[in-house]
Design a protein around this ligand. Structure first.
Ligand code: IMP
Ligand code: MG
Length: 181
């Protein structure tokens, strides 16, 4: 089992599995709405997935423009949670097909906020691609249009995803299982 920063990391989705799914998802995206397509990566956790997915999209013949938005959730537990924009996109989404890319769909609050924001700004369509779908944590009716893997309810790291900014560099998705001995 890989050891990183003194922790055992149990791989859940290998780099090979992710690469195969990225191609399959890109092929699905190519069949969806993609006129004057604007990809918006929801930072930070999606940066590696987005980088790989847009290159897989290129192999299917898609030529999107690419933008970034940084969103942050606030409030925890019983406190009602909201989402705010830390850094907005610069592009106009009016009349364009938009594809939001994020790492994990959990409660759905982050992506619901982003989707509603882009629709309010006049996007023609807003579709959503996520690497991982944690369905058991959903508290909204939001669903993704393209899902890499249904994810069990573990806290996962790697492939862009972090715990306290660490483990983003791992080429696979894994679970921190404890201290290496
Ligand atoms: P939600 O769908 O608004 O609840 O939030 C999903 C976001 O929470 C994701 O984009 C991640 O940034 C973060 N997140 C949720 N679960 C995990 C995890 O297991 N590892 C790392 N980040 C996570
Ligand atoms: Mg995120």
């Amino acid at each position: 089992m890989p050891v990183v920063r003194g922790k055992n990391i149990d791989p859940l989705y290998t780099a090979e599995m992710i690469a195969v799914r990225n191609i399959e998802m890109a092929q699905q995206i190519a069949k969806g709405p993609n006129n004057d397509l604007l990809v918006i990566a929801v930072l930070k956790g999606s940066f590696i997935f987005a980088a790989d997915l847009i290159r897989a999209m290129h192999t299917t013949g898609l030529a999107p423009e690419v933008e970034f938005i940084t969103l942050s959730s606030y409030g925890t537990g019983t406190v009602s949670q909201g989402v705010r924009i830390i850094k907005d996109i610069d592009s106009d989404v009016h009349d364009r097909d938009v594809l939001l890319i994020d790492d994990i769909l959990e409660s759905g609050r982050t992506l619901r906020f982003a989707k509603e924001l882009m629709l309010e700004r006049g996007a023609k369509s807003v579709t959503i691609a996520v690497l991982l779908d944690k369905k058991v944590k959903r508290s909204t009716d939001l669903e993704a249009d393209y899902v890499g893997f249904e994810c069990p309810d573990y806290f996962v790291v790697g492939y862009g995803m972090d715990v306290a900014y660490a483990f983003r560099e791992l080429p696979f998705v894994g679970i921190v299982t404890g201290d290496a001995t």
